[in-house]
Design a protein. Structure first.
Ligand SMILES: Cc1ncc(C[n+]2csc(CCOP(=O)(O)OP(=O)(O)O)c2C)c(N)n1
Ligand SMILES: Cc1ncc(C[n+]2csc(CCOP(=O)(O)OP(=O)(O)O)c2C)c(N)n1
Ligand code: SF4
Ligand code: SF4
Ligand code: SF4
Ligand code: SF4
Ligand code: SF4
Ligand code: SF4
Ligand SMILES: [Mg+2]
Ligand SMILES: [Mg+2]
Lengths: 356, 75, 252, 177, 356, 252, 177, 75
């Protein structure tokens, strides 16, 4: 038996270590402290590995930047306000095409907010809260097991595309314990990164930089990033569907909200309401095509988020008017219940006459 | 030479504010404070004052009490 | 027989149970602040900037104007307020994580600009609020949730002495380190706070009181053990006393 | 069947460990389970609670808005949680420390003098395990054997000396009714 | 004659002073330094006013937060990377409902980028680059004169709605000098703000805060903000139209890009191509309705941005599939020419057969 | 007759015109770095972190591995690199705006952690790159574009002495302040740089060389005036010499 | 009519002030105008340039991708800018410092020995004004009177002693052809 | 007592690198460097070495030259 009952925050940490994460730089913030603490316990004494509790989130992301420059698999984690502070650093990582994994266990905001779970940093994660034209891959796990699996995937994606990857969780996923199996063992030897800097030995000296006084040069960098992003959009979209085959109403939700929605959908099915769900697993790239495909058959969509409405814009972009969207959201860290969501969506269902 | 006047004092402990940290027990020079043995509604074993103690209203207990649970009086 | 009240619950302390753990130094410091502000008659013109940290709810207890700061930015926020209304007495209340980690730059530069503000710096050698992580002020060898094998100099450095650092910064006028772990130290702390406020009232410049403060919960000790530990361990790294005093110089 | 239970009490009463051990036992029996502790500022001031869900299928939300079971180890928890229990739910009360009665007529109240029984066993700290034993009997969610095995495993590593007394406490509670 | 030939950065500074800005907190960064320097020269010695060059952008935004708490009209300015660093602070301002004016003279990004003009922080400004559910009003000037007018409006909006307002300019607007007239003189007395903190005199003590351990409380704050945002969306949308009446193709562009587009449209008109323009002046709230209205008559839209495509999402959201959009963008700080834009849009025009 | 070369253009200096203004200290420091790195044979294992600042283009001149840092974060970036490859010699090159304003916290904390990195801290008393704004190190009374009336202590504070502040931070091993405004000072600077690198090679901890460096353009002086001004004005506030040396202590 | 002009030279040659004064004169004559200086890192290393647009209607872009006029005060600027000039454009060259010839046959080259003339006036610093005077005559964009009035206004405030020599220099250039 | 041997040296100045800062003029103990009077392609009046000077190859000019424009030789 190799299942562990373990908190989501610890899952990420353990999975990261097994993915060959050599460096972790963090700063305390609820509700993700267990991640940092797990790293302190298990990574800090590991041969060739580094754990630093930085003096701030800004310092932490810049240590990640340094570690990535040196070719290591590196990671940082925080929660909403701390992630805001990392935006400049994330922009630099994207610009210099440096791999990195950044975990945001979202809490209620804005401001200091609440430490309860929320999903209100969707825009920040998917649109780039930092400056400049860039995107980050955004993975949205919905269970302990998925936290493990997506964390491992995050490191691979980061290296493959040389890009920062955000794992967008929330306080609930981080605090909750669930049985989890870890599939991968730590890789023995990660391939070395030819672009990493360690001194100009047996080769000309190299530079990692973004600044240029020539806009045309920067434009070229921007288009190179753009082409990479198009490639990622083509290759890396991931989602889960649940009971969509015969559904008349499709719930679109991600992360912990999708779980709650699933509970609601089960209740709906028990009442013979044909409700299904599309759960984006990659928030960027977003499953536009899949939604378009579904919309050929289905007319009604129900977006459910633990915020005042952010992903709904992506759904609108996907649908381009082909379908009706209704929205249910609760901001501030309130955790809606499956029954509550069921009530709202069944009301929608009847109002639209889908029962007929 | 003046006669040494013995101060007489007493304290009142707000049982509901007290968190039973026992800091006052330790610092009271007259050992006038001890465990009441009863739990308050916050779940703490609150402190109690021994009426027949030597308390001289020195105020130390009140100064150290983190909960501002003690008020000190002098007769 | 007349009955004289020797000690009453401070007037500016709201009627409300502290959420702090038993034996926590924050409560003691709150009490002292209420007393000093009352005695100096400052309620009508004082604004406090509490931090994210265990004392984030300070506004539940102190009956004065308060505005929450982002983590570590107290000195900048206080600067903004003070420059707009110089007649207001503005003080930050900050933990050691807040002031000496993320807030290092803001604190040093506000001090260097001679901002007429006061910092009440509560050093409890850990991040209390977030569950007892290592702080810049954590003792060498001290075990915390992020230094589970004890703080190691070679990787994690030395307990950072912000008061000493700030004393090198020319703009600082008055810096004293005290503790709230005994009647005597508590009284000294109260005096230091008054003095720091007075520096601001007299418009002299930046003042700070660093207060060593027990955190029994995260030190994993009984309250009284934690009060002793301040003397036994912390004071060795963080000696008590006036660290800088330019009051006289500034007055003439 | 999805069953949710809230455990609640003072900080020192070991309520988190009750929940953790229950959830872990659920896992060992191959069930789906989630364990959600209270966290953050809530933890200051000396109260704690946690929620355990055990189910045969995927668990939607680890939060219990109307749980089947609530265990209260002290009086403030009694007051705070009694109205959350679902109609027909079971309310397990540490009667050693709670001296009030519920105002609800639609729930089953089970009084367990957990603290007192633990004291009799020689260690008030195991009041939580007495209560947990009683809960296992009452709820019939998992077998007491799995629970004891599980506790042996976890406690065995860190505090082997305490395994015995915990086991005794569990059995005491289990054998109450 | 009261026209001045003055750089855009100086215009903002002068207009801010005339709008009663009492406090400016800044940190050097190209291409907006003239703004800071103007304030150093003209605000620092003004009675009752404050100029501070802070030690960082983070410190500057938190000084603004403090000054706003004390009831002053306060302002900060920066350019892209510096604005990323202010995101946490902006989130706090929004959360605490504190008025403030934040200027972003955008440059090329991501990373350190280039110091040339760009528009690549559109997402950051309009979606909230910080954490949590919040929005800021975003004003987009396109000329020196508008810089003056919108700066003055920014302070009024900030106070009226108790919300941070972003002036989203760019390096070109900041550096360029144009003749500008200042309409307003500095107000004698701004109404005092009853919510400001100066000590509990003749009233109970007050608190400005966002933290709560109770998510329901934060949810209420979030909904309060939400209602305010809806109100702003209803009341404050602003835009300019140019030759839309008979247009077959509508260019949508803002800021300096809109100016360039206007040049292109003039060329197009000279070739008898019926091209017009909608220029959003408020980027948030975005003129969704106006675009919808136009789309009832016009089928073809041409979005032009100095980035890889950001506002285009808002146009898509507005159109909901009712119209065809093409896009032209140049990222990295490259300044396209009117002729270049004309070439591209006339090609579109012919390809769509609009000339027939 | 044999001809001996007394001075040749340093090997590690790329064939390229400096973009620096005539008489700028950055150029001199670049030259010295090339010489030291060559003489100490470090090219194959050294990484430099240049800053946003006039020296942002340092990679155009020094023929070694370089990675640009975000403004002020050099010490954090260097920490990341150094922890991953401890055998690499990592140094930051930072201006006074970079290191002593926005980078205050990163620098102090890296130093306190005893990071085995070296900071080359170029103090030219202004923000050069952005057009001559006031820096924390600007002299009292000095006019800059953001202190057009001269720096005023009461509002803008004192020239901040990062070397002195860092000497209070326990983790620092070697700190020296030099200047590049005369043949003698330039030679001393070169020695100090070697020594600082040696501290890192010997794995002792954090080392820093603060270099007073002329900025004729923003000081609005001729090159030679600016070289004199370093002696006449800057050295008074920023005395030259070894400020901290724990090399011996650390070695045993 | 929209006319764009680029001024370029070494840092110390006062090219920015040529552009600024032209633009300001444009404004004083009620025209639309923009003035765009080069900035940032470009400024290091001793070269500078600026672009002035003068027009009767709104100016779309202050940037000149193919200007009508280019003034080069030194040889590097000559090399850098000669190909940018639009066909048929006018290329004003400070012939005192430039000793190469253009390879283009489709532009009009006007040689102005500005530095030399300024030297003759007793101050090489006013070479820019000599050139500006020549430009005004050649371009006929604004009247020399407005320009002189404008310079009196701005310079009069800061350096009144220099008004005279600047005026002289402008006239010298203006009267060259 | 040894006879004082007079060193003889010379320098080469890269005219294109030189920015005419005149720092070397000032520091050369033998006043061997002066303005060439001609502008290089970057627009600077570059320095030049007086061949018939007393240059002793002390190297000072090269040490101070910010542009690394000077190389020093000894015969
Ligand atoms: C930007 C940001 N980072 C992190 C946090 C999380 N956080 C809240 S309080 C705190 C520090 C608590 O430690 P300290 O300042 O020492 O105060 P104490 O609780 O010990 O009194 C932290 C890191 C936050 N709120 N914001
Ligand atoms: C976050 C951020 N803020 C501001 C800037 C703009 N900036 C570039 S260099 C610099 C400072 C230059 O001063 P200094 O560090 O003293 O270096 P110097 O140019 O004087 O050598 C600044 C503020 C930036 N690039 N990034
Ligand atoms: S007042 Fe003094 S003597 Fe009396 S109880 Fe308190 S501490 Fe003891
Ligand atoms: S010090 Fe106060 S809280 Fe602690 S036991 Fe005494 S009365 Fe109770
Ligand atoms: S955790 Fe520590 S600092 Fe926080 S309230 Fe408890 S004892 Fe006080
Ligand atoms: S501005 Fe100053 S620091 Fe920058 S290159 Fe010129 S002289 Fe050097
Ligand atoms: S080597 Fe010495 S003597 Fe010769 S030119 Fe240079 S400085 Fe003068
Ligand atoms: S020091 Fe170098 S750059 Fe300066 S004048 Fe002499 S040779 Fe030229
Ligand atoms: Mg602390
Ligand atoms: Mg500098």
């Amino acid at each position: 038996m190799n299942k562990y009952l373990i908190s989501g925050n610890s899952v990420i940490a353990e999975a990261a270590i097994r993915a060959g994460c050599q460096c972790y730089f963090g700063y305390p913030i609820t509700p993700q402290n267990e991640l940092t603490e797990y790293m302190a316990l298990h990574l800090s004494r590991k041969e060739g590995c580094t754990f630093i509790q930085a003096e701030s989130e800004i310092s932490a992301i810049n240590m990640v930047y340094g570690a990535s420059i040196a070719g290591a698999r590196a990671m940082t984690s925080s929660s909403s306000p701390g992630i805001s502070l990392k935006q400049e650093g994330i922009s630099y990582l994207a610009a210099c095409e440096l791999p990195a994994v950044i975990v945001n266990m979202m809490r209620g905001g804005p401001g200091l907010g609440s430490i309860s779970a929320s999903q209100s940093d969707y825009f920040q994660a998917t649109r780039g809260g930092g400056h400049g034209d860039y995107r980050t891959i955004v993975l949205s796990p919905a269970s302990g097991q998925e936290l493990a699996d997506l964390t491992q995937r995050a490191f691979d994606l980061a290296d493959n595309y040389r890009t920062p990857v955000i794992i967008l969780g929330d306080g609930m996923l981080g605090q909750m314990m669930e049985p989890v199996e870890f599939h991968k063992e730590a890789p023995e030897n990660l391939s070395t990164k030819s672009w990493a800097l360690k001194g100009a030995k047996d080769r000309p000296s190299k530079i990692i930089k973004t600044f240029t006084s020539n806009p045309n040069e920067l434009e070229e960098i921007n288009w190179r990033l753009f082409r990479k992003y198009r490639l990622i959009e083509r290759e890396e979209v991931d989602y889960e569907t649940y009971m969509v085959e015969d559904a008349e109403l499709i719930v679109i939700a991600y992360g912990i909200a999708a779980r709650i929605a699933k509970g609601a959908i089960k209740k709906a099915r028990a009442h013979n309401l044909k409700v299904g769900m599309l759960r984006p697993i990659t928030l960027w790239p977003f499953p536009f095509k899949k939604i378009q495909e579904i919309s050929k058959r289905v007319q009604y969509f129900f977006v459910f988020e633990m915020n005042m409405g952010q992903m709904i814009e992506d759904v609108q972009l996907a649908l381009e008017g082909n379908g009706e969207i209704s929205f249910y959201g609760r901001p501030g860290g309130v955790i809606p219940t499956p029954s509550e969501v069921f009530r709202i969506l069944s009301r929608q269902y009847y109002q639209k006459g889908l029962n007929r | 030479m003046k006669a040494k006047v013995k101060m007489k004092g007493y304290i009142e402990i707000n049982q509901e504010s007290c968190k039973g940290c026992q800091i006052c027990f330790y610092f009271c020079p007259k050992s006038s404070i001890s465990d009441s043995g009863s739990i308050n509604s916050s779940g703490y074993f609150s402190a109690c004052f021994s009426d027949n103690s030597e308390c001289n209203a020195c105020g130390i207990c009140a100064i150290v009490c983190p909960e501002a649970a003690i008020e000190v009086y002098r007769e | 027989m007349t009955i004289k009240t020797v000690y009453k619950r401070p007037k500016l302390l709201k009627e409300r149970l502290f959420h702090y753990c038993p034996g926590c130094g924050h409560s003691v410091i709150h009490k002292l602040l209420c007393e000093v502000i009352d005695e100096m008659n400052l309620k009508e013109r004082i604004v406090c900037i509490p931090p994210p940290g265990c004392s984030v709810f300070a506004y539940n207890y102190l009956d004065i104007d308060m505005a929450e700061s982002a983590h570590g930015r107290g000195a900048a926020v206080a600067t903004g307020i003070k420059r707009v209304s110089p007649e207001t007495i503005v003080f930050t209340y900050q933990g050691d994580g807040d002031l000496s980690a993320i807030g290092t730059a803001e604190t040093i530069h506000a001090a260097n600009r001679e901002e007429k503000i006061t910092a009440i710096f509560v050093n409890n050698a850990v991040y209390g609020m977030t569950g007892g992580q290592m702080a810049p002020t954590t003792m060498i060898g001290q075990k915390t949730t992020t230094s589970p094998y004890g703080r190691e100099v070679n990787k994690e450095g030395y307990p950072l002495k912000m008061s000493e650092i700030l004393s090198v910064v020319e703009g600082t006028v008055y810096i004293e380190r005290t503790a709230v772990n005994s009647p005597k130290n508590i009284k000294k702390t109260k005096k230091a706070i008054s003095k720091a406020f007075q520096v601001q009232i007299d418009n002299l410049g930046f003042s700070m009181v660093e207060i060593l403060s027990p955190c029994p919960t995260n030190w994993k000790m009984s309250p009284i053990e934690s009060w002793h530990w301040v003397d036994k361990e912390m004071v060795k790294e963080f000696p008590l006393g006036v660290i800088k005093d330019r009051i006289k110089v500034k007055k003439c | 069947m999805l069953i949710k239970t809230i455990f609640s009490g003072f900080g020192g009463q070991g309520v988190l460990s009750m929940g953790y051990n229950l959830s872990r036992a659920g896992m060992l029996e191959g069930k789906m389970t989630t364990y959600l502790p209270s966290y953050g500022a809530e933890v200051r001031g000396g109260t704690a609670n946690c929620t355990v869900a055990i189910s045969d299928e995927e668990i939607a939300s680890p939060v219990a808005s109307s749980p089947e079971f609530i265990i209260v180890m002290n009086q403030p928890s009694f007051i705070r949680f009694q109205n959350l229990l679902q109609s027909g739910g079971v309310f397990l009360v540490n009667s050693s420390l709670v001296n009030i009665e519920t105002t609800r007529g639609d729930i089953e109240v089970v009084e367990v003098p957990a603290t007192q029984l633990a004291e009799e066993l020689g260690n008030t700290k195991v009041a939580n395990m007495v209560m947990l034993g009683a809960f296992v009997k009452k709820s019939n969610l998992i077998s007491i054997k799995t629970l004891i095995e599980g506790i042996k495993e976890t406690l065995g590593k860190t505090k082997p000396a305490l395994v015995d007394i915990n086991k005794k406490a569990l059995n005491t509670g289990y054998n109450l009714f």
